[in-house]
Design a protein around this ligand. Structure first.
Ligand SMILES: Nc1nc2c(ncn2[C@@H]2O[C@H](COP(=O)(O)OP(=O)(O)OP(=O)(O)O)[C@@H](O)[C@H]2O)c(=O)[nH]1
Length: 211
């Protein structure tokens, strides 16, 4: 087993958004370097977690080829990534009650670090808090983080009763650690939001090889 394996953590790939900047459709199914972004994210996350699930809305069949369980938001009207994280926490509590943590990653992040989950756990443990969030280039990446399953009732309350949408606002309430990654040769949290970003990712692979 790799040093970066966390069998007691379940990974969720977040693919539940509307992808307006990409012109709609599923960003993670776009290809770079001849492979879908989703296949790249799965390949990087799988060795780091005990199991993976996918958060997506609409017809789950389009992701059937991955073999991953697909969980949909149950908060209506595309309430944002927190709704996808809540769907993952609820799924894990129901199906894997022994699991205490979920690691989330935007499914449009093709260069995700291979030590992602272990460094989030280390930061969280060092700070003694229930949440951790990734950082690079002086910016936080709130959708990429580690979430305590035990906080799911509070998250539901925040979304449904308080109408909370900003991730940082909710995490600050419980305590969140930050883990920072270097940005060479590329920012590992580069994400492909637009057709121009797909071109940029192709250029990065052409320049650096498979990163
Ligand atoms: N479950 C869920 N995930 C979301 C929602 N909105 C965004 N996300 C996810 O959150 C991450 C960051 O989303 P963005 O890139 O900001 O939003 P997007 O909808 O994917 O794209 P844009 O419409 O171009 O902003 C991605 O992994 C999205 O799939 C939502 O309403 N529900």
């Amino acid at each position: 087993m790799s040093a970066n394996a966390h069998p007691q953590t379940i990974g969720v790939l977040l693919a539940g958004g509307l992808a307006r900047r990409m012109g709609g459709g599923d960003k993670p199914l776009r290809e770079i370097g001849g492979r879908s972004i989703l296949a790249r994210v799965i390949e990087r996350m799988r060795p780091q977690c005990g199991a993976l699930i996918l958060n997506a809305n609409g017809d789950p069949q389009r992701f059937g080829f991955t073999g991953l369980p697909v969980v949909a938001d149950d908060i209506p009207d595309f309430a944002g990534p927190l709704a996808g994280i809540l769907a993952a926490l609820d799924h894990v509590a129901a199906q894997h009650p022994e699991i205490a943590y979920v690691a989330s990653v935007a499914a449009d992040t093709p260069f995700l670090p291979r030590d992602y989950v272990s460094r989030l756990h280390a930061a969280r443990e060092a700070a003694g808090v229930p949440l951790a969030c990734a950082e690079s280039d002086g910016r936080t990446h709130p959708v990429n983080g580690l979430w305590s399953v035990a906080l799911r009732a509070d998250l539901r309350h925040a979304l449904v009763v308080e109408d909370m949408r900003k991730i940082d606002r909710w995490t600050a309430r419980h305590g969140v650690a930050h883990a920072a990654w270097p940005v060479t040769p590329v920012d590992p949290f580069f994400n492909a939001n637009s057709p121009e970003d797909i071109d940029e990712a192709e250029a990065l692979i052409a320049r650096h090889g498979e990163i």
